[in-house]
Design a protein around this ligand. Sequence first.
Ligand SMILES: [Zn+2]
Length: 325
Amino acid sequence: MTKVAIGIDIGGTSTKLGAVDENGQIHFQCSLSTDKYADFESFTNVIAKTIRHELEQGTQYLELAGIGIGAPHGVRRRGTIEHAANLPWSGVLPLKESLEDLLGIEVIVTNDANAAAMGEKVFGGAKGMDDFVMITLGTGLGSAIISNGMLIEGMDGFAGELGHVTYNHINGRYCRCGRRGCLETYVSATGIKRTIFKLLADHFGPSELRGVSFDDLSTKMISESAHRGDQIALEAFEYTGKILGSKLAETVQHTNPEAIFLLGGLAQAGDYIFKPAKKYLDESLLHVFKDKVQVLPSELLANSAPVVGAASLVWHKHNHELIAQ
Ligand SMILES: [Zn+2]
C-alpha cells in the first residue's frame, strides 16, 4: 500500500492533476480543460470524479493522504480562490470546502508560486534550507518567500508577490494589472518578447528574429538565437537579467535568503539569464550580502513541478505534524 498526495495545478486553460508519494514519485498524472466548465461547481465535481476514477484504475492500491492545490489567487488560510482574473469563474470560490465535502479528505489551497516553493523545499534543491526565494517565470512572474522555514503569506496570502513590484512606474510598460512598469512586464516570457520587439524597432542590425510574429515568438527561440550569436537575442537576455538581478537585490535586503531559485521557460535559458542576473544582483547589494546568496535553477522537473509542488503541501504538513508529536 502506497500513500499518495494528490497535487492539483489550476491554470486558466488547463488543470493538471497527479498522485505523488512521499519520495516525490508520480503514480499517475492527467489534465483537464479548465475553461470548458462554465460554473465552478461542475468543475469541482469533475475534479472529484477524476481523482476517484484514477485511484480505482491503478494496479497498485493507493491510499490518499490529502490534496494540495496551487491556483492563481489561492488563499491558504481561507481555502479559497479570490478574484482570479484568468479563471473562467469570478468572485470568491470555496475550493477547499467544495472538495472536502465531495472527497472527505483534507484539502490545502495556496497560490501556484507558493506551491512551487514548497515543492522545492520538500523535493528539490531547497531541501534543508530555511530561507530562500522562489521565482517562477512563465507568462507572468510569480514568487514566494520562505523565511525561518515558513512561507511568508501575509493577511490575504499575497505576501512576496514580486511580479508587480515597480521597476519603472513613470513611463514603464503597461501591465495587465492596470499600472505601469511592473517587474513582470520586463522579466517573464512575455516581458522578454516585448524587449525583443523594442530592440528590433530601435536597431537596424540583422536578426533572425525579424519577421517572427509576437505570438509565434517563444523564449526557446530567443535562447536558440542567442546561442547562434544573434545580437538582439543576446542583448534582450542581458537587459532582462539586469532588471531581474537589480530588483532581486531589494528582495535579498528585505529577506536575507540563502538562495534564489528560478523556475520556468525563461530559467531554462541557463547562463543567458543567470549570468546577468547574478552579476547585477551582486553589483546592487549592500556589502554585508555580497557573494553570499546563490541564484540557482529549480531542481524540479519543469513539466511536473506544478503538480509535485501542490502535492508537497500535504507532505510538508505531514512531516511537520510528525516532528511536532
Ligand atoms: Zn502589474
